[in-house]
Design a protein around this ligand. Structure first.
Ligand SMILES: Cc1cc2nc3c(=O)[nH]c(=O)nc-3n(C[C@H](O)[C@H](O)[C@H](O)COP(=O)(O)O)c2cc1C
Ligand SMILES: [Mn+2]
Length: 486
């Protein structure tokens, strides 16, 4: 394993060696076929697919489908490989490793040149259709060139450059459209800094490079924090970045494709709909910002990574929903001084539910946790928050739900927040709510009320680990083979 990876290709080689990549030699159609394969990979936990032969494309371009979406039954082997770890690394270890590395950022190095400059196209020669943008799901509003690229934009006041993964549809040969949410960092920068001042916002969208770049782009870190530094932390070595051709932002020198351009203030074209990471086509075709392309640079034979969202895991859910929200919310709750044990945004639930286990005996703890979650950037995503005071295994959804649904009083244990912040992909939100980033939220209080005595009102969990003396359990485990039950 050549860790840290210098580019997407070295990561592909590592996955190939671990049986986590298949090259599909058959010619595939970018029109629905690529999307269907990519989606099914996520649903059954198959290897990622390298697709070098695409109908109508003989220009050396190819697709890498579902690069990190192996998260089936808590098996995140491709996330492990991306971090240079054993593919069998347990889920909790992986979460801890991710937290620890992202807390130790490494600043990038600027280099003078790189393979991403092997081909440079500007002006009338720009044609986004030269890249095999797939038409992913039936019902999508167009061909989505970007489902796993990283968009960089710069805060004009502080100079902070944000990297984020936000999808883009092709409108025309040199024009993309995308969803720019006001609660995300690209939205904060565009709507609060460029648009009110009447200025164009330069952007750069890149694909490929070390997989840590798309990982950090999919994750949230505090405003002002450069995702490039965190990528350095994840790979434990600085990224090598080169300057763009038409703006002063820096991108990975080994990126496969780099698209530079600008977003005009107040310009909106109809974009979408799209099959989203909530597992629904959830937001209608509507006017959204327009990304005008000024320059494209790319490697010879560029590989375009794609993600095909849907029910039961995808890159957005795994990287953002599970890894980023779980570790980010845990940090925020600890920073708020709350007696938190573990936090989990469970895989498969599309960041609809946040589970928090807490120490026993703290009055009002469920409301305090829920308020802290709501106050944070990530809180926008959770419609349900469950606070539990038992030592449940938060990586087991049945075990967690057992506690939530048995210990929450259906009337007294529920707290509803009718006007909570939300995002436009929440299926139950009406159009007005979607347009105004409004949701609604509910807290399950599955904690034992303070003052309930363990042998009177309170219930005690019953399980092998909790209901027999340790010495007896050890004796039984030691003899298990002899019972003939192994
Ligand atoms: C494949 C994929 C597609 C995504 N698409 C979008 C999107 O279109 N809009 C969006 O706001 N977030 C999208 N996300 C989630 C963001 O990447 C994530 O919230 C990240 O934290 C955003 O970066 P920021 O915190 O710097 O704004 C996507 C994530 C992935 C992995
Ligand atoms: Mn950010």
């Amino acid at each position: 394993m050549a860790f840290p990876y210098h580019d997407l290709r070295e990561f592909m080689a590592a996955c190939d060696a671990a049986g986590e990549m298949v090259t599909i030699e058959k010619e595939l159609n970018w029109n629905l076929e690529v999307g269907a394969i990519s989606r099914r990979i996520c649903e059954i936990g198959a290897p990622m697919a390298f697709m070098p032969k695409l109908k109508g494309y003989s220009n050396g371009t190819s697709i890498l489908a579902s690069p990190l979406s192996k998260g089936w039954r808590n098996d995140f082997s491709r996330v492990s490989i991306a971090l240079g770890l054993d593919p069998d690394t347990p889920f909790r270890t992986l979460l801890r490793e991710f937290s620890q590395r992202s807390a130790n950022p490494v600043r990038p190095l600027q280099v003078a040149k790189g393979p991403c400059k092997q081909n440079i196209v500007t002006g009338k020669d720009i044609d986004l259709f030269k890249f095999p943008a797939p038409y992913l799901h039936e019902g999508d509003g167009g061909r989505y060139l970007n489902t796993f690229g990283v968009t960089a934009c710069k805060d004009p006041d502080s100079g902070w450059v944000n990297w984020g993964v936000y999808r883009h549809m092709i409108h025309k040969k040199s024009i993309l459209g995308g969803i720019v949410n006001p609660f995300q960092h690209n939205g904060m920068i565009y709507y609060q800094k460029y648009e009110p001042r009447g200025n164009n916002m330069p952007f750069t969208l890149f694909f490929g490079g070390c997989p840590s770049t798309a990982m950090v782009g999919s994750m949230q870190f505090p405003a002002g924090v450069s995702e490039a530094d965190i990528a350095g932390g994840l790979r434990r070595a600085p990224l090598q970045l080169v300057k763009c051709e038409t703006n002063d932002m820096l991108v990975p020198a080994t990126a496969e494709i780099v698209i530079e351009g600008h977003v005009r203030p107040h310009e909106r074209w109809d974009e979408g709909p799209f099959g989203e990471a909530t597992g629904y086509r959830a937001s209608p075709r509507m006017p959204r910002p327009v990304f005008r392309v000024d320059c494209i640079t790319f490697r010879d034979n560029p590989i375009m990574p794609i993600s095909c969202p849907g029910v039961d895991l995808d890159e957005c859910e795994i990287l953002f929903g599970v890894f980023s929200l779980t570790t980010g919310m845990e940090q925020e709750l600890r920073d708020a001084g709350l007696p938190v044990r573990e936090v989990m945004s469970p895989p498969g639930l599309k960041f609809a539910l946040l589970i928090v286990t807490v120490e026993k005996g703290h009055a009002g703890i469920a409301d305090r946790v829920a308020s802290a979650v709501r106050a944070s950037k990530g809180g926008v995503f959770f419609q349900y928050i469950a606070v539990i005071d038992e030592d449940v295994d938060v990586t087991s959804l049945p075990e967690s739900l057992h506690a939530v649904l048995t210990k929450t009083h259906p009337v007294r244990g529920i707290q509803v927040m009718p006007l909570a912040p939300g995002h436009p992909l929440i299926p139950f939100a009406d159009l007005h709510d979607k347009m105004h980033s409004r949701g609604a939220s509910l807290t399950f209080n599955a904690t034992t009320p303070v003052g309930w005595s363990p042998d009177q009102d309170a219930s005690t969990r019953v399980s092998f680990a909790e209901s027999w003396p340790e010495a007896l359990r050890k004796q039984i485990l030691d003899q298990w083979q002899r019972y003939g039950l192994a």
